[in-house]
Write a protein that binds this ligand. Structure first.
Ligand code: ADP
Length: 729
């Protein structure tokens, strides 16, 4: 590990030296930017370095100087390596390679290959890939015929071969280096002697190993250059470890102390830089955006350039990076701006951890979805049986046990739905479906559905919609209703013998139009200290618990998240024993111009009678529940145990008005059966009855054209079933 840090630094150094000489570039402005970018990197001031390198890139692309662009990409890549964002770093190096090739500049291509090699070898611990790129770099450096570059390429090859335990190959390259060594090349000497020492150490040749280690450390004290220090520190560690291995305790401790001193010195510096840099995160973001802009502009100007393709990818990666970066900042999970190599490593680990946590979140949602499905299926049985009991034994309505059973099963259902909802919203697993709606009509429906709860607490619901609210607006009706129903049902729940007023206005704020919704009640109110907490998950006001208000504590957190997804805002004001007022601002969206008539809605007042229905369901209890439900409402039905049975029945004779199809069934599931039914040319509406999440199935219906006409989520009430059926008959 210690040894592995050894060679990284030389490439910056050598690159700096060679840039001007190697390509003979005379442009003072570019040279200035380049030097500053490089200095920023050497001083671990990545924000500064990125700023200069992006300016250089911009200038280079404007002037069509591809070699300069390649050099900029090299520094950008190195900076990203500092951040620990290795994927992007490789992308930038590769962009650099493309430009270096366009410019036919082997020098820069050589450095880029070298840096890619370093990245694979040191960071990703992939010696084989490292070797591949080092070899590419070696080939190029030989073509260039500059001794120093060739020597460093050989040092890298020697290093990898030693690491791969191919000692003779390692030695071979070290001998080649030796021939090119110059006495005053401290950087090369340090790398050469430390590798020689390591070679002898691996061969258990104590004397030669010691000789080389001592040669390596002997003139450290004369070299007080900042970017050598980390290298020196690592070599001290190597020497310490070497002596320790041979039980030379005193010497080992001596070098350990040297190592620690240097580490303290470096560490405190790094800390300072880190603190200074902490405020620079946003700046860095801007630089990154700028790089992105430059790339985009260039793409338009330089259509002919084949490398545009690669550019595109870089821009996308970039955008992805910025988004991840923002999430990092706002969630406060990771201060990814690490300024030392050690911290970069931590960052890399954090990135892996983040990916793991995303995977875990995905699995959690999947798990919740599966569990909720498993729970909803038996619940359909419980709730349905309770309904059958109630309709067949009217007297049971008076039984407190029966009522408790009904209450608990409904409560459980709400809880399952709410939990699922909350996690789906948190995972952004919700898609909005905007449509034109007749707002007065929809609010009228909501009011009607709330009347039962209103009556039980002897409340009055008053709806007031301002005249300037247009007849049609554009919104996601399901989510809009969900917000409204939640707020109104809360108001009704926490108010007795009072009033709940629902008002809607159009409000202009800072030149933006909002639809403002107010739900005001005259109920028990919310204590002040709870006002900012009730939007959090599972928070309920204590005092309420003594009463019969059994909620899940999730409603308002769902409401808040939905409102935010709409791009809106919600506030609450309340006074104990006087009442509460919830206000929501939705960004107002005008309905489509072409809207002349109202959308077709089902007419739930027309009673459907005497339909022939094929029910495909494997669960015996659910069969009973559905059967009773249909019988009670005067329909004829036929049961099929699974998809195959349904298919056989339909092949024989299709006189059904509608097919109710369970999805998860043995032998042949509902989706497969529906596809086969359609293949037979049968057009009868097929309504999926499923306990799993409706949106997933709906999505499948839309995407896969699986023959299903619509979906009803179990448990459902008869009115829902009738509503869906009437839509298609
Ligand atoms: P719940 O399912 O418990 O109603 P919510 O998230 O909808 O969950 O509400 C959280 C808590 O906020 C409620 O338990 C209640 O204590 C309080 N609350 C919400 N709305 C009102 C209201 N209109 N009046 C009084 N208290 C309310």
């Amino acid at each position: 590990m210690f040894k592995k840090e050894v060679v990284i630094f030389w490439i910056l150094f050598s690159f700096q030296l060679s840039f001007g000489q190697g390509i003979g570039y005379k442009d003072k402005y570019a040279r200035g930017l380049y030097d500053k970018a490089l200095k920023g990197l050497n001083d671990l001031k990545c924000s500064e370095s990125l700023s200069y390198s992006q300016q250089l890139l911009e200038y280079a692309l404007k002037k069509n100087k591809y070699d300069m662009a390649a050099a900029s990409y090299n520094i950008i890549g190195l900076n990203f390596e500092e951040f620990g964002d290795l994927k992007k770093s490789i992308q930038y190096y590769n962009s650099g390679v493309t430009y270096a090739k366009l410019a036919k500049n082997d020098t820069i291509a050589n450095y880029l290959y070298n840096n890619i090699g370093n990245l694979y070898y040191f960071r990703l611990k992939d010696s084989k890939k490292g070797l591949y790129y080092y070899q590419k770099s070696y080939e190029l450096s030989k073509r260039l015929d500059t001794d120093r570059d060739i020597a460093f390429a050989e040092i890298n090859l020697a290093d990898v071969y030693l690491e791969l335990n191919e000692l003779s190959k390692g030695k071979y390259y070290l001998q080649l280096v030796e021939k090119k060594m110059k006495n005053n090349d401290y950087e090369m000497g340090m790398s050469y002697y430390s590798l020689m020492a390591y070679y002898y150490e691996m061969r258990n040749d104590f004397l030669n190993a010691e000789k080389n280690y001592l040669k390596c450390v002997s003139d450290f004290k004369y070299q007080n250059i900042e970017y050598h220090k980390s290298h020196q520190m690592d070599i001290y560690a190597m020497v310490y470890r070497f002596y320790k291995k041979y039980n030379k305790t005193e010497k080992a401790l001596y070098y350990l102390e040297k190592h620690d001193q240097l580490q303290d010195e470096l560490f405190s510096k790094e800390r300072n830089i880190e603190i200074k840099m902490a405020g620079g995160d946003i700046e860095a973001l801007e630089y990154k955006y700028k790089v992105q802009q430059i790339e985009t502009e260039k793409k338009i100007q330089q259509q002919k350039m084949k490398a545009a393709n690669r550019f595109n990818k870089v821009v996308l990666w970039f955008l992805g990076f910025v988004i991840i970066f923002l999430i990092f900042i706002f969630k406060g999970f990771v201060n990814y701006r690490t300024l030392s190599k050690k911290l970069s490593d931590y960052n890399f680990q954090l990135q892996v951890a983040r990916e793991k946590s995303e995977e875990a979140t995905r699995l959690k949602t999947q798990f919740l979805s599966n569990v909720s499905h498993e729970l909803r299926t038996p619940l359909y049985g419980v709730i349905g049986m309770a309904e059958i009991l109630e309709s067949e034994h009217k007297e049971i309505k008076d039984s407190p046990y029966f009522n408790a059973l009904k209450f608990s099963s409904h409560y459980l259902l709400t809880l399952i739905n709410d939990v699922l909802n909350v996690y789906k919203i948190e995972d952004n697993d919700i898609e909005f479906n905007y449509e034109n709606i007749n707002i007065r009509e929809e609010i009228g429906h909501i009011k009607e559905s709330m009347n039962v709860i209103a009556k039980s607490n002897k409340n009055e619901i008053i709806v007031s919609i301002a005249d300037d609210v247009p007849r049609f607006i554009k919104t996601d009706l399901t989510r809009f209703s969900q917000i409204l129903i939640n707020l109104v049902s809360n108001a009704l729940k926490f108010t007795k013998k009072g009033k709940v007023t629902l008002s809607l206005f159009l409000e202009i704020r800072d030149n933006n139009a909002f639809l403002k919704l107010e739900v005001v009640d005259t109920g028990i109110g919310i204590p002040e200290e709870y006002l900012d907490k009730i939007f959090e998950k599972f928070v309920q006001v204590d005092v309420n618990l003594q009463e019969q208000y059994k909620g899940t504590g999730l409603g308002l957190s769902i409401v808040k998240r939905l409102v935010e997804l709409f791009g809106g805002r919600i506030t609450v004001e309340s006074k104990i024993r006087e009442g509460s007022k919830f206000t929501v601002w939705f960004p107002y969206l005008k309905a489509d111009e072409i809207l002349l008539s109202e959308p077709q809605k089902s007419n739930s007042n027309t009673k459907l009678k005497n339909l022939n229905i094929l029910v495909v369901e494997d669960n015996k209890i659910n069969q009973m529940v559905t059967q009773k439900l249909l019988e009670k409402n005067g329909h004829n039905f036929q049961m099929a145990e699974n998809g195959l049975e349904a298919l056989l029945l339909l092949e024989d004779n299709n006189y059904y008005d509608v097919i109710l199809m369970d999805i998860n069934m043995p032998v042949m599931n509902g989706i497969e059966a529906s596809i086969k039914i359609r293949n037979l040319g049968i057009k009868t509406p097929i309504i999926a009855l499923t306990a799993s999440d409706k949106e997933n199935i709906l999505k499948e219906i839309l995407e896969k054209k699986n023959g299903l006409t619509d979906v009803l989520v179990k448990p459902f009430e008869y009115a829902d079933l009738e509503n869906v059926i009437s839509r298609y008959i």
